[in-house]
Design a protein around this ligand. Structure first.
Ligand code: ATP
Length: 219
């Protein structure tokens, strides 16, 4: 369960989130909708502790702000709108980065880690490009690679910021169906910022409408 209580985020003098309270039970998919600048990304980034917040955010009762980075990375996987991608890195190596929170200090990844990544590459139709450098992929292919890296983290909470905006409609539905399948298999809690209301309605259990940093509606 993710619980937000009076969450507020300020950037300088402007208030991006203002007193957001919400609860998301484990295994639920919450779609976050709202106009540009409403605070959707800020809400996801505050749960991932990438931006300081006032109020409290807890995951299964643990305040996220008190968790060490490694523990947080095992709990929360975040797919940003604009991920930074090392252009020369191969697809396989990039997806393997998702296993980092599970690999001990000064340890190497195991065959098990490689198998998890290979399985995800397969499920996302990326196996044929496993050896290619990220710089050579299309926008839609890159988006699937970034999703594969996040899923490789095997965190129970998945935060997605417009995860499929660069995909064609067929791939978009495929990617969301895969997320939904994994959600059911692993009881993943998914929070996704979305602009496409049809897809939001199709996949999310519940929608949260933000407007100017406040909850305008939820249901
Ligand atoms: P979009 O639909 O365009 O992605 P959003 O709902 O995700 O928008 P946010 O990115 O959360 O909105 O931004 C909320 C507000 O906070 C916006 O007015 C934005 O300009 C502002 N903002 C976001 N990040 C920063 C920052 N680092 N510094 C200053 N202002 C910021």
């Amino acid at each position: 369960m993710i619980a937000l209580d009076g969450v507020a985020v300020r950037y300088g003098t402007s208030c991006a989130l203002d007193g957001v309270s919400e609860q998301v039970p484990a295994g639920q998919w919450l779609g976050i909708i709202g106009p540009n600048g409403a605070g959707k990304t800020t809400l996801l980034r505050s749960i991932a502790c990438l931006v300081p917040h006032a109020g409290t955010i807890t995951i299964d009762g643990h305040p996220v702000s008190g968790l060490r980075r490694r523990r947080l990375a095992r709990l929360v996987a975040y797919v940003p709108q604009l991920p930074s991608l090392p252009p020369e890195m191969t697809v396989a190596d990039y997806v393997l980065l998702g296993r980092t929170p599970h690999i001990g200090y000064l340890r190497m990844e195991t065959d098990g880690d490689r198998q998890i990544c290979a399985g995800l590459l397969d499920r996302l139709g990326l196996s044929p490009m496993a050896g290619r450098a990220l710089a050579t992929l299309s926008g839609g292919e890159l988006q699937r690679v970034v999703l594969a890296r996040a899923l490789a983290q095997e965190a129970p909470v998945l935060l997605l910021d417009e995860p499929t905006s660069a995909l064609d409609l067929g791939r978009r539905v495929d990617a969301l169906e895969l997320i939904d399948e994994l959600r059911r298999e692993r009881s993943l809690t998914v929070l996704s910022a979305v602009h496409d209301l049809t897809l939001a309605g199709q996949f999310a259990d519940r929608l949260l409408l933000l407007d100017q940093g406040r909850v305008a509606a939820s249901g």
